[in-house]
Design a protein around this ligand. Structure first.
Ligand SMILES: Cc1ncc(COP(=O)(O)O)c(C=O)c1O
Length: 395
């Protein structure tokens, strides 16, 4: 067998093989699982976007390489326009302040490859989307965990980062609204991040994948609105969760043109951009489709059932303002993997153990509100009932 490149050794082992095994077993036995696992919208992409794709795919102009510098022009212009309408940002698409990316995951990963050298520190949230730390490590860097703790509203405490670490740090990832904690950030926090980054010469990457998944009138701010933010960083947006387009693979990175140049440089040697018909349909979405409000109200129904249901079992969870997730602290008797196993085996309910997102995720499990096809929340309610009847919660 050929040996993998050594950099793949820095990918952590999949800790939850046991849960995956139990899931496969339950499915093979024909058990009825209610799946709160992966955060992949279960509702379809809005029909007008699909129709725009069909039309664009019939135009031979979209069948060739996109040889532009920054991405399909109608798309990056639409992205700039969207940022102006949504956040009041002025971003010049003709000057490389907005670039097209093949979904935010691609951009988050390649950013580490563009900026992290062996020996560099990369500041990553913990718990957090694992792509940040895995790619920083594969690029030869050292991920440094910024704990997201309940007592700090799941915001990193920048004053707790030792000055030696801050000095060696090259890149910082942050993500609000946050996966997995569902926390939101204030404009004041973003201003603090921008000034910390300026003082320590750190590039900031704000992952805004969930900026449009919010409830009850909450509107997430942009990092780029903070004073000085555009001097130190970028923000990565995705159409995946906003328009139920996870399979389409499109998003954009916006902000500091120098930082984006590094990302573009690596991308131009790795990919040849997204299918232009997808970029064309995505431009249409940004200009003419106001998110997926019906999907948000479905998530909100499910969120209410999960939060009210767990609270009736002894939790005291707040109603989350944003994201697809409910981050649930556990009774002290369980580790996150044990609790996930108990829910799966006794109630047929699948959740993700918090440890999967980093060591500070221990003591929690994540419920994703993307339960397949459950428009009215009946399956979510059934999951709560099954937990009530089959799982003993000891506080
Ligand atoms: C925090 C976060 N960022 C980025 C992504 C990736 O999204 P995309 O589909 O744009 O690659 C996800 C996906 O779940 C995520 O949770």
């Amino acid at each position: 067998m050929a040996r993998y490149a050594r950099r793949l050794d820095s990918i952590p082992p999949y800790l939850f093989g046991e849960i995956a095994r139990l899931k496969a077993k339950a499915i093979s036995e024909g058990r009825d699982l209610i799946d709160f696992g992966i955060g992949d919208p279960d509702q379809p992409t809005p029909q007008p976007i699909i129709e725009r794709l069909a039309r664009a795919a019939n135009d031979p102009k979209t069948h060739r390489y996109d040889e532009s510098d920054y991405g399909w022009l109608p798309f990056i212009e639409a992205a700039s326009d969207w940022c102006r309408r949504r956040f009041g940002l002025e971003l010049d698409a003709s000057k490389g302040e907005v670039i097209e990316v093949i979904g935010s995951k691609e951009a988050l990963a390649h950013l580490a490859w563009a900026y992290i050298d062996p020996g560099d520190i990369c500041l990553v949230p913990d718990p957090g989307y694992t792509v940040y730390k895995v790619n920083a490590a594969m690029a030869g860097g050292t991920p440094y965990a910024m704990p997201l703790l309940a007592q700090n509203d799941f915001l990193p405490d920048l004053s707790a980062i030792p000055s030696e670490v801050a000095r060696r740090a090259k890149l910082m990832y942050i993500n609000y609204p946050n996966n997995p904690t569902a926390a939101t950030a204030t404009p004041e926090f973003f201003a603090e991040v921008a000034s910390f980054a300026r003082e320590n010469d750190i590039i900031v990457c704000h992952d805004a994948a969930y900026s449009e998944v919010s409830f009850g009138g909450y509107r997430a701010p942009s990092f780029l609105e903070a004073p000085g933010a555009k001097e130190v960083g970028i923000e990565i947006h995705s159409l995946s969760k906003t328009y139920n387009m996870t399979g389409w693979r499109i998003g954009f990175a916006a902000g500091n043109a120098d930082v984006l140049r590094g990302l573009s440089k690596i991308k131009s040697n790795v990919d040849s951009k997204q299918f232009p018909a997808i970029a064309e349909a995505a431009a249409y979405a940004l200009l003419h489709v106001d998110g997926a409000p019906e999907t948000l109200s479905i998530y909100q129904t499910r969120r209410d059932i999960v939060v009210d249901g767990l609270n009736s079992l002894g939790w005291s969870l707040p109603k989350t303002k944003a994201t697809l997730y409910v981050w649930v602290p556990l009774p002290p008797a369980y580790t996150s993997a044990e609790f996930a196993k108990v829910l799966l085996e006794r109630a047929g309910v699948l959740v993700v153990p918090g440890l999967q997102y980093g060591e500070y995720g221990e003591g929690y499990v994540r419920f994703s509100l993307t339960v397949e096809g459950d428009r009215g929340g009946e399956r979510v309610a059934e999951a709560i009932e099954r937990i009530r009847q089959n799982v003993e919660i000891r506080w």
